[in-house]
Design a protein around this ligand. Sequence first.
Ligand SMILES: [Zn+2]
Length: 200
Amino acid sequence: MNQKEAPRQRSAGGVCYELTRKRVKNINLRIRRDGSVAVSAPRRTPFAQIDAFVAGRAAWIAEARTQVLAAEAEAARPCTVSREEALALFTEISEAVFPLFAGVLDGRRPVLKVRQMKTRWGVCAPAKRQITLNLRLAEKPRAAVEYVVLHEYAHFVHPNHSPAFWAVVARVLPDYKARRALLKAPTSAEQGKCKKEIQM
Ligand SMILES: [Zn+2]
């Protein structure tokens, strides 16, 4: 009885979903990237109970699907900024931030890279003395770009998100929370659509 059963399509409360019976303790629901709804449930849970679970969350599911599909559309949208333009912007900001961290970096500038990333605005690899920034970051307001560049530099001091790390960020940019909030502001191309949060 360890084998998974084949999924079956069901519908409840106007929601079509794919049900899989598994050795799980609870009913679990997730929205796939294509917007389809996947539910797993313990073998003995009656269909009526699973349907009620799904139907009771119909509004939440509709909202979550909108966000997932908008995030996918956003990921597929061509970037309005070229890689060269992005690197020029990031380099300019990095030059302003570098002197603050020159000590911990032994006076050597980090290598800046630009990449298309799905879930992060920036990545710091202290061992490689390297900062990778998301190409799409260059579409955001400059105040937000400055925050991300500083955030990644602060990882050369603390390679984590400890209170000490945030103290370094706050010392340089006391308004970093407002700047970070700008990363969530929709760009013109998104027309104010909801989008899944990108984490750093
Ligand atoms: Zn970080």
